[in-house]
Write a protein that binds this ligand. Structure first.
Ligand SMILES: Nc1ncnc2c1ncn2[C@@H]1O[C@H](COP(=O)(O)OP(=O)(O)O)[C@@H](O)[C@H]1O
Ligand SMILES: [Mg+2]
Length: 399
């Protein structure tokens, strides 16, 4: 049985993720695809957007369409209860107040992580053709999901030992440190989590079926944050197949007060092109009314997708690749199909790498580990520029 198409929408709060996700889902359902749209953002607004009461499980909205507002609390209870109880006890024993201990048993990002496991459930159930996710702001949680190698290592190297070691350590820990080690149930949860993370990673890195779409407004700060997320997504091998720019002032506002805003937005749109090309851009205007209810969502969908289907994979390669060598070198590969050897120039300003050729520009926000280094070489080959960074060596004591 074929896996469903999975699309994740992410971006800063308020940019229009929920609206765009709901509009995409409505359109997919209209095409006859069995579609579920789920939100993992604790600030749920999918119910309001679709105009109905959605439950914590897929709730029918109309033909071929289900909506779901995932309850992180419930997922946590189902997947992490034993571990929480144990951590809670340890913290309370050490004088942390009950309420604080309760908070501390859930590392940041963990609740969304468990919510995202719903994707795995839907992919495995075979009930849907399309799974659309309205994610919490920023791609933080996707970063948590991107270390299956580490999870794998734990699973293979640490867990087989741990049972025996814990059995031996338990009485010692109790009498010397007055510490109860986690019980078998809690450890089972950790095992299950690791297995789930590996499975999720496989689902999300399947570039024929899964992709992420970055939603933004034509505002500088919003674009910058989306670019940072884009860098991480590329770094971890997740495919971004489209970039959505929502709330663009329409041409009618050319005159007067909003005329200046429109010109500014035109500039921001160019920045988006430079920052994300060749990933296609989907645009939607700033409507004169809130986007709620099916009629408005359909208008938003028409605007964004035109003749296309939201379920298409709109772009199928990673436009930036960041690889590291065993000797500590790193290479950033940027596709610049327009560039000729003679005209390419490369500039690094802070954490930003700017490649220009004639009138074309690409800006890349480097991950912190590379932002500290200077490029040590560059090579143009097959329409891609490969920039290398030598190992920074031991960090110097200078600031
Ligand atoms: N293109 C648009 N034009 C006008 N209002 C919009 C548009 N897109 C979204 N909205 C409105 O903006 C608000 C925030 O959108 P929402 O989709 O909930 O953002 P997010 O999920 O990113 O926080 C909602 O009230 C929504 O109806
Ligand atoms: Mg939302």
């Amino acid at each position: 049985m074929a896996r469903p198409r999975t699309i994740l929408y992410t971006g800063k709060g308020g940019v229009g993720k929920t609206s765009v996700a709901a509009a995409s889902a409505l359109r997919c359902a209209g095409e006859g695809l069995r579609t579920v749209v789920l939100s993992t953002d604790p600030a749920h607004s999918l119910s309001d957007s679709l105009g109905g009461e959605l439950g914590a499980d897929p709730t029918p909205v109309r033909e071929n369409l289900w909506g779901q507002e995932v309850q992180a609390q419930r997922e946590m209870e189902a997947h992490w209860a034993e571990m929480r109880r144990w951590l809670g006890r340890v913290l309370v024993d050490r004088g942390v107040m009950d309420i604080a201990a309760e908070e501390l048993t859930v590392p940041p990002g963990m609740d969304e992580l468990f919510s995202l496991l719903q994707i795995k459930r839907h992919v495995e159930s075979g009930e849907f053709d399309v799974v659309i996710v309205d994610c919490a702001p920023t791609g933080e949680t996707l970063r948590l999901l991107s270390f299956p190698e580490i999870a794998q290592w734990w699973l293979e190297k640490v867990f087989p030992l741990e049972g025996r070691m814990l059995a031996a350590a338990r009485p010692v820990a109790k009498s010397f440190f007055d510490l109860d080690l986690p019980g078998a149930d809690a450890l089972d949860e950790v095992h299950r989590l690791v297995r789930n993370l590996i499975a999720m990673n496989e689902i999300l890195r399947d570039r024929e079926r899964a992709s992420i779409r970055l939603v933004m407004n034509p505002d500088r700060m919003v674009i910058r944050e989306a670019q940072r997320t884009f860098t991480y997504l590329n770094l971890y091998g997740y495919l971004t197949d489209a970039v959505v720019v929502n709330r663009i002032f329409p041409a009618e506002l050319e005159q007067g007060y909003f005329g200046d805003w429109r010109r500014l937005q035109a500039e921001r749109l160019r920045e988006v092109e430079q920052g994300f090309a060749p990933v296609p851009l989907l645009r939607a205007r700033y409507f004169a009314a809130e986007v709620v209810g099916e009629e408005m969502l359909e208008r938003l969908g028409d605007e964004l997708f035109g003749e296309r289907s939201p379920a298409e994979v709109m772009h199928d390669e990673l436009p930036r690749e960041i690889t590291t060598g065993p000797d500590g070198t790193a290479r950033v590969r940027i596709s610049v199909p327009f560039a000729e050897r003679s005209e390419v120039s490369l500039k690094k300003v802070g954490s930003e790498l700017v490649v220009s050729a004639g009138r074309e520009r690409r800006t890349i926000i480097l991950p912190p580990a590379l932002a500290r280094r200077d490029p040590s070489g560059a090579r143009l080959e097959d329409g891609a520029l490969e920039v290398s960074f030598a190992d920074a060596g031991p960090r110097s004591a200078q600031p």
